[in-house]
Write a protein that binds this ligand. Sequence first.
Ligand SMILES: *Cc1c(COP(=O)(O)O)cnc(C)c1O
Length: 366
Amino acid sequence: MIKMLDLHKQYISIKDEIDNAIFSVIDDSAYISGKYVSKFESEFASYIDTDYCVGVANGTDALEIAIEAANLPPGSEIIVPGNSFIASAEAVTRTGHKVVFCDVEPETYVICPTSFEKKITSNTSAVIVVHLYGHPCDMNAIKDISLKHNLMVIEDCAQAHGAKYRGKAVGSIGDIGTFSFYPGKNLGAYGDGGAITTNNKELADKVRMISNHGRIDKYDHKFEGRNSRLDGIQASILSVKLNYLPLWTEKRIKIANYYLDNLFGVGDIILPRKEDWAVQVYHLFVIRTNRQKDLKDYLNSFNIQTGNHYPISLPQLEAYKYLNQYDEDMNCSKNSSQLLSLPIGEHLEEDDIKFVVDKIKDFYLL
Ligand SMILES: *Cc1c(COP(=O)(O)O)cnc(C)c1O
């Protein structure tokens, strides 16, 4: 079986270090916040190259808390790309704002700056850019437009740990960055986890307070916050895995390059565009084809797992029917039935990828 993800294989490869890390936390009873969380926060801040990193309970909370900390006008509009996981939009509504969907690029599937600018009204207060599949958005274009219209830029980096835009890590370019450490992400915990990165001290302080009951001191609270903290066991696991992330990312890039070289011109496949200004970290390797369903069935019959991210665009979800923003002419609407995610990850061997490529070529010869 050629899997999309193999967390057990990854654990076995670093078992001693992980086991020791977990038992140290238990030995120290440092379960919530504490030294293991502080250690990981400073390591991750240095990895992303921001002044601050605040660990939170998951990537969805990270988005909600980032929006809340920004103190945007209640009910204002926040622009979100139509192709993403629902969390990118959920956080907007749950913090009392209105989601406005814009379109994505046809070959990278991340936010289209032109479409974004068209959706701006006098009520727009922020944009959430999603570095989807590990592909950095065109941040200079996004920042220029945002500056012109005085919008806050929130980077959803849940799929892009270590991805770079013109030499800068995503999560360090907008006003604030949010990360998920869901187990299947490029950097994943053994449970839920998330983080917020920023260079803005005021935002960092606010975020930390919101995530910990608006706390100033023990039993002294400046305002009502919530409970959304990273725990010690997850932080200690993340510290171990962060050391391997560069190596694992290199492996993803190598696999992606093999796909790009060997699937070029095969059938009707549209490959993800490679940008010379980006380090793409390929959380997913997503191709587009009119024969998506048949190709998927064919690969699955050879025990090759595939995915579809995402089968229904956000504006088309039942959850967002009330917004009436579905438009069949948008790229995100047209793409959903054509996108196919191929296996990628540090768990795969060269022979696995060769096998996938051979089977895809066979399919188009049928
Ligand atoms: C996974 C993900 C999230 C949410 O992260 P959780 O940790 O699962 O809450 C948000 N945005 C995107 C793009 C994601 O892929």
